[in-house]
Write a protein that binds this ligand. Sequence first.
Ligand code: FAD
Ligand code: NAI
Length: 464
Amino acid sequence: MADYDYDVLVIGAGPGGYVAAIRAAQLGLRTACAESRETLGGTCLNVGCIPSKALLHASHLFEEAHSGALAKFGVKVDGASLDLDAMHGSRKDAVKGLTGGIEFLFKKNKVDWLKGLATFTGKDTVEVAGKSYRAKNIIIATGSSVTPLPGVEIDHKAIVDSTSALELPKVPGHLVVIGGGVIGLELGSVWRRLGAQVTVVEYLDQILPGMDGEVRKEAGRIFKKQGFDIRTGTKVTKAEKKGEGVVLTVEPAKGGEAQTIEADTVLVAIGRRPNTDGLGLDKAGLAVNGRGQIETDHRFQTAVPGIWAIGDVVPGPMLAHKAEDEGIAVAENIGGLTGIVNHDVIPSVVYTMPEIAGVGLTEEAAREKGEVKVGKFPMAGNSRAKTIHDTAGFVKVIADAETDRVLGVWIITSVAGTMIAQAAQAMEFGATSEDIAYTCHAHPTHSEAIKEAAMAVTGKPIHI
Ligand code: FAD
Ligand code: NAI
C-alpha cells in the first residue's frame, strides 16, 4: 500500500504498545511506535512496576539485615546501615537496562520509534513532532496517569505522587499515604522498611478494594502488625503546607469530628485515569466513556474501523500483563490471526511482604453467582514455609459447588505472585479443584499449599 506510511502505527510504548508493535513487526507488518517519553517502556518500566519492585526488593533486604530478623537463621548482622543513594542507583540501573532492552528489540524487529507526542489529525493520520504519518491501522496505547485529589496539590516535594515517591532523596520521618490500594501499600512498605512511620488514610472500610474479603482482612491485620497505622473509613478534607511538611485534616468518611495529622511527606495514591488529553480523539471520530476510557469490541477495535485501543486506556484492570496480552492479541487480529484475551483469568499481585495474589472471582462475587465450595490451607501447615519461618497467610480455592470448576484462587504468602501463575493456568484450562488436588506438586514448596487448599474444597488436606 504505497499511500500508507505504515501498516500499523502504535501510540504509546508501554507494555501494551511496545508489545503490540513488536508482535505486529514479527507478523511482517510495517510498524512504527510513537512515544513522547525519552525512553521506551511506558509507566511500567520507567516509573511503575520495575522501579517499585527494585525498591521493594532492596528495602526488604535492608529490613531483614537491619531489624535482626536474620538472627533466627543464625545470621548475625551488626551495624547494617542504609545507603539510600546506592539503593536509588540500583533502581535506576534496573530501569535503564530494561528500557534500553526495548530500544534494542525495536531495532531488532525493525519497529520505527517516532519520538514525540502523537495527535490524530484524521481517522488514519497522526502527527508526531511536526510530521504527518498515514497508517492503515492505528493502535491507541497511551496508558494512564495519576488521579489528582482536589485540594491536595502534588508539588513532588512534600506532596508526592507514585513517581516522586520512588525518588525521595531521604527517608521521611512520617509518610502519610492517601489511598490504601496497591501503590499505597507497596510504596508505603518501601519507606516503612527504610525507617519511616507510615499512616495510610483509606476512604473505604477496608484496604485493597477489588480483592477477596478475607484476604483484605488478613492483609490489613498483617500490615498493622508490621507497624502501618491504617485509618480506614477516613477522608482527607484539607492539606496545608507547614514548614517543609504538611498538615492534613481528616474526618470519618461518613462525616464526623475532624482531626489533623502532621506529615513530612504525603503520597497521593487514589487511583489512575486514562490518558486521552491532547490526543485529538475528535479528529478521529472517537469519544471516551463516562470513566474517560476508550471502548472497544473483543478484538480491541474501537467504534472507528482501523483504530484499535489496548491497555490502561481501555476498560479492565490497569495491569502491565493485561496490557501486554492485549498488545499481542490486537496485533494478531490486525495481522489476520485470532487474538483473544480471557479477561476472566487475569491475575493480580500486590508485591508487599507477604505478597498478595488473586485470580478469578472473589468468594463474595462467586457466591453472588451461585453455590460454591471453598477450600483453605494456612501457610503454617506448609513444610517449606515452616522451615524458613514464613508462615503468615493462606491459600484459598473457590470452586463451583456443582461442577467443581475452579472460579477463583487467592493467596497471601511471600511468593504468592509466583504461585498464582499455576492457578491462572489451571483456570485457563477449565480445571476442577480435584484436578489441582491430584496434580503432583514438588516437595517442599510453597505451591503444595495450593494442592492442599484444593484438597480442602471437597475433602480434607493432609497437613492440618
Ligand atoms: P503505559 O505504560 O502508561 O504507557 C503509555 C505510554 O504512552 C507512556 O509511555 C506515555 O508517555 C505514552 N503516551 C501517552 N500519550 C501519548 C501520545 N499522545 N503520544 C506519544 N506517546 C504517548 N502493573 C503490574 O501489572 N504490575 C506491577 O507491579 C505494577 N506496578 C506499578 C507500580 C506503579 C508505581 C504504577 C504507577 C503502576 C504499576 N503498574 C503495575 C501498572 C502498570 O504500570 C500499567 O498497567 C501499565 O504500564 C499499562 O501499560 P500501557 O501500555 O497501557 O500504558
Ligand atoms: P487503587 O485503585 O489500587 O487504590 C486506590 C485506593 O484509594 C482505593 O483503596 C480507594 O478506595 C482509595 N481512595 C480513593 N479516593 C480516596 C480518597 N479521596 N481518600 C482516601 N482514599 C481514597 O489505585 P493506586 O494504588 O493508585 O494504583 C493505581 C493502579 O495502578 C491500580 O489500579 C493498579 O492496578 C496499578 N498498580 C498495580 C500494581 C501491581 O500490580 N502490583 C502496583 C501499583 C499499581
